[in-house]
Design a protein around this ligand. Sequence first.
Ligand code: 5RP
Length: 219
Amino acid sequence: MNASEKKRSAAEAALEFVEPGITLGVGTGSTVNLLIEMLPGVRDKIDRVVSSSKASTALLEENGFKVSTLNETGDYDLYIDGADESNKRLQLIKGGGGALTREKVLAAAARRFICIADDTKLVGMLGSFPLPIEVLPMAQELISRRMLKMRGHPIWREGFITDNGNHILDIHDLQISNPLEMEARINRIPGVVTVGIFADRPADILLIGGDDGVREMRV
Ligand code: 5RP
């Protein structure tokens, strides 16, 4: 099975959690795109949809969904999103697609958060995937210097502007042995909009697509 087939099987498994009358939050990325293309099959069960990016909103609309804002829905039922890495405590690195800020907001407001991924995303320790940080453009150099002091190597994702008008720094070579502490520490640097560690609000369920089918993990 290739990575795309594994992602598809994880996305398909997530459909089982879509219950009648649900308000559904939708993440961003190639795994979520596969999910969005399957959502017309469960359209009757979905009351409202909220989205974490302009790209996902466009794809949802192409598939016939009207997208609500989080201010309209308030706290809601279920958020489904992919990840760049997960550890076995379902703490994540996200933001490979640059949508981490809205993803973190949607995850915070969801009563349940299901992460869908292929089996290459499950790791022992977070940090092999460069950690994305959304930053205010004017604070980029300050934050780069602070990350160097933390032994990370920041690379500016040049030419990329987030949906919120900000920049992304990808931090290489961090070994994130304590994700909760690292998330809090980076959040304290002025000018950080969002750090792509999802440890304070980890996933509740991880659906991992692999050669032998989909494995469900809970904390
Ligand atoms: C976007 C994300 C994605 O969930 C993450 O990058 C995984 O993407 P993919 O499903 O394409 O592997 O955090 O900001």
